[in-house]
Design a protein around this ligand. Structure first.
Ligand code: HEM
Length: 413
């Protein structure tokens, strides 16, 4: 396989360098200059940075696999999987990490319960939660924004939507954070695996009786919807319902938290856009998508080749790893005019933050709704806000774009 020699030397191979983590726009722009795809020696795989190539990669689900339990990712996991059995028993049911036909089967069943209409019905409650959170930070000089606002909103919304009993919500929030460390590859290896395994144990034991109860006494919530769906005689087993509920809790809260945090940073950088949103709240919908494009909470998604293929003029061999860098695609001048500018009225806005193709984010309508309501509520309440950090830092992971902290002063009324 050919290696692309990068201007600037080997440091461009380090996807976890300070520059790559804290200033990805500049870093990925330099990578993109070398071409839309290159072989990264450190990551030991292809890194795709061009918009059209990233989209093509997402759409090619027949040759680019999402399966984390086979191919090169499976080899890495196999040692850990025998030690942490509960963790892997349920992670291996997450349909996001599966290919057809398992993925298609689960996704079609889940789609019947998780509908755009059921999400839209949550809007009044999301607005109420945003209003309460806005009031709780009004006039405060040092708000830990991620913990107090950005984490709270999505975890409460997804817990209520699923129908997680109120007494378990705090625990579910803590367990799902431990699970996030495994999934987003944060922290020391042994420790995060052990904690993730314990967290999975707790989540499964907590959800099992709730699911059993919903089978006998369905309520107006997503867990009841999931246990009831039937498609051509097929239905989800209890373990599949539990695994999917866990997938939604973890997929839905950390990403949305980071979206809200990154959004406040983006608006701080472009105060004219904050004022514009305040003057014209009807822009909240496009503003949410523009923040998703400009500084979305996911940097990149990985795949591996089940067959040889061509992408961006390179030949990818069977078994090669491929990293589709959404952050780079979203700033590609070939697809967006003035990509480094936040323009809350930008439309159409075909960003790649929710992925593309068969794995396109299931929760996209929910994430959009929460972001729309949050930025709307905050901009209406606060004409200005002040970020305390002189320098912003981000968690060093290849996959997610998450601030380590964000402290904000919000004016009083
Ligand atoms: C801003 C917030 C979010 C972002 C940026 C995001 C991003 C993504 C991306 C990029 C994928 C595709 C993964 C791949 O192709 O390998 C995905 C899949 C998924 N997301 Fe989200 N997500 C967000 C919020 C949510 C929410 C709120 C939920 C659920 C309640 C959710 C549930 C899922 C699920 C279940 C999948 C798997 C879909 C499949 O494989 O068919 N996400 N998400």
């Amino acid at each position: 396989m050919s290696e692309t020699v990068l201007p600037g030397g080997a440091d461009l191979d380090d996807l976890l360098s300070r520059e790559a983590i804290d200033d990805p726009f500049a870093f990925y722009a330099r990578l993109r200059e070398t071409g839309p795809i290159y072989w990264n020696r450190r990551w030991n795989g292809w890194v795709v940075t061009g918009y059209h190539e990233v989209v093509e990669g997402f759409r090619n689900h027949t040759k680019l696999s999402s399966d984390r339990f086979a191919g090169p990712f499976g080899e890495e996991l196999s040692a850990a999987s025998s030690q942490y059995q509960q963790l892997f028993a349920f992670l291996s049911k997450f349909f996001v990490w599966k290919d057809q036909p398992y993925h298609t089967r689960i996704r079609s069943l889940v789609n019947k319960a998780f509908t755009p209409r059921s999400v839209e019905s949550l809007r009044p409650r999301v607005r109420e939660l945003v209003d309460d959170l806005v009031e709780s930070v009004r006039g405060e000089r040092d708000v830990d924004f991620l913990a107090r606002f950005a984490f709270t909103l999505p975890i409460v919304v997804i817990a209520e939507y699923l129908g997680v009993p109120p007494e378990g919500r705090e625990s579910v929030r803590a367990w799902s954070e431990d699970l996030g460390a495994v999934i987003f590859v944060r922290g020391n290896d042994t420790d995060r695996m052990r904690k993730g395994d314990e967290a999975m144990d707790h989540l499964v034991e907590f959800l099992r009786p709730v699911v059993a109860q919903r089978r006998c006494h369905p309520q107006d919530d997503l867990l009841s919807g999931l246990v009831q769906v039937v498609d051509s005689g097929d239905a989800l087993s209890d373990d599949e319902v539990i695994a999917n509920a866990i997938l939604m809790v973890f997929a839905g809260h950390e990403t949305t938290m980071n979206l809200l945090g990154n959004g406040m940073v983006a608006f701080d950088r472009f105060p004219d856009q904050w004022a514009r949103l305040r003057d014209d709240p009807s822009l909240a919908r496009t503003a949410a998508d523009e923040v998703l494009r400009y500084d979305g909470p996911i940097r990149a998604m990985a795949r591996w080749a089940t067959e040889p293929l061509e992408l961006g003029g390179q030949r990818i061999e069977r078994g090669d790893r491929v990293l589709l860098v959404q952050h780079a695609a979203n700033h590609d001048p070939a697809a967006f005019t003035e990509p480094d500018r936040l323009d809350i009225a930008r439309w159409p806005n075909k960003h790649t933050t929710f992925g593309q193709g068969i794995h396109t984010c299931l929760g996209a309508p929910l994430a959009r709704l929460e972001a729309e309501e949050a930025f709307h509520g905050l901009s209406q309440a606060f004409p200005r806000f002040t970020i305390h950090e002189k320098e912003l830092h981000y968690v060093p992971t290849v996959v997610s774009r998450s601030l380590t902290q964000l402290h904000i002063t919000f004016p009083g009324s």
